[in-house]
Design a protein around this ligand. Structure first.
Ligand SMILES: Cc1cc2nc3c(=O)[nH]c(=O)nc-3n(C[C@H](O)[C@H](O)[C@H](O)COP(=O)(O)O)c2cc1C
Length: 234
């Protein structure tokens, strides 16, 4: 089982988010020794900002030869995906936003369908809700079934034990997720599917996105839940 993690903190090993994920990795390995974590931390990444042309929506390929290429490969080959961001001014970090902007061209094609995921935000003591709901929405547009959100408020963590208990909780979720086939897709994600299906069906113009929908038989499904279940690895 492979777990992809994006950490949007520029603080590297000093980051609470990074330290938390290392604990999640450690606990997950005690539950399942063949689990692999592919961790991408913003401080070590070379990801250029979107150039604003939207070329990638047309070509279906990322615009620069930078670390997004390795990230895309890792995302596609993972079973479980975690997006983690620090809370900056009640929002995600600039680094996390650049990363998401570069993935935007996957949002109309549910490119990561069949995978399960989790959202984590790290703040001092406020702003987590906004970050969690934004990251959840992004993940849902990517086709991921979001199992939950976690808010870490550093002022409430007064010992290593507290962070460890959060980490144990998430590790269990990750390991169990592989066996869980009883999923219930949220209404919001069904609506995203319905809206995009209609838009593509109505459009008579050739587009890479519509071609992707056709090639992957998305139009054959009436609900996102049925489509998701057909792609789920159990
Ligand atoms: C630019 C900036 C803005 C921040 N804004 C908030 C905020 O709105 N709410 C909050 O509770 N903490 C805020 N913080 C504190 C961080 O969320 C906190 O330090 C957190 O631990 C960062 O995650 P990290 O340790 O993984 O880097 C901010 C920190 C910075 C540097």
């Amino acid at each position: 089982m492979k777990v992809f993690v994006y950490i949007g903190s520029p603080r590297g090993e000093e980051s609470t988010g990074y330290q938390f994920i290392k604990k999640v990795e450690e606990h997950s390995k005690t539950l399942r020794n063949d689990i692999i974590f592919d961790i991408f931390s913003a401080d070590k990444l070379n990801i250029k900002e979107s150039d604003g042309t939207g070329k990638e929506f047309i070509t279906g390929n990322t615009i620069y030869d930078d670390d997004m290429k390795i990230i895309e490969k890792s995302l596609l080959s993972s079973d479980f995906i975690i997006f983690l961001s620090p809370v900056y001014a009640h929002n995600i970090s600039g680094q996390a936003k650049i990363f998401i902007d570069r993935l935007s061209y996957w949002l109309h094609i549910f490119r990561l369908i069949g995978k399960k995921g989790y959202v984590v935000s790290v703040s001092c003591n406020n702003g987590n809700d906004l970050v969690n709901s934004y990251l959840t929405e992004v993940m849902q547009f990517l086709g991921i079934y979001v199992l939950g959100e976690m808010s870490i408020e550093t002022t409430k963590i007064n010992s290593d034990d507290v962070l460890n208990s959060y980490a144990r909780f998430l590790a269990k979720k990750i390991v169990i997720s592989q066996e869980e086939s009883d999923i219930e897709i949220p209404y919001t994600q069904e609506k995203m599917f319905e809206h995009q299906k209609l838009t593509h069906l109505k459009s008579e113009i050739y587009s890479k996105e519509k071609q992707f929908w056709k090639e992957n038989n998305y139009f054959d499904y009436n609900t996102f839940e049925d489509l998701f279940k057909s792609r789920m690895k159990v």
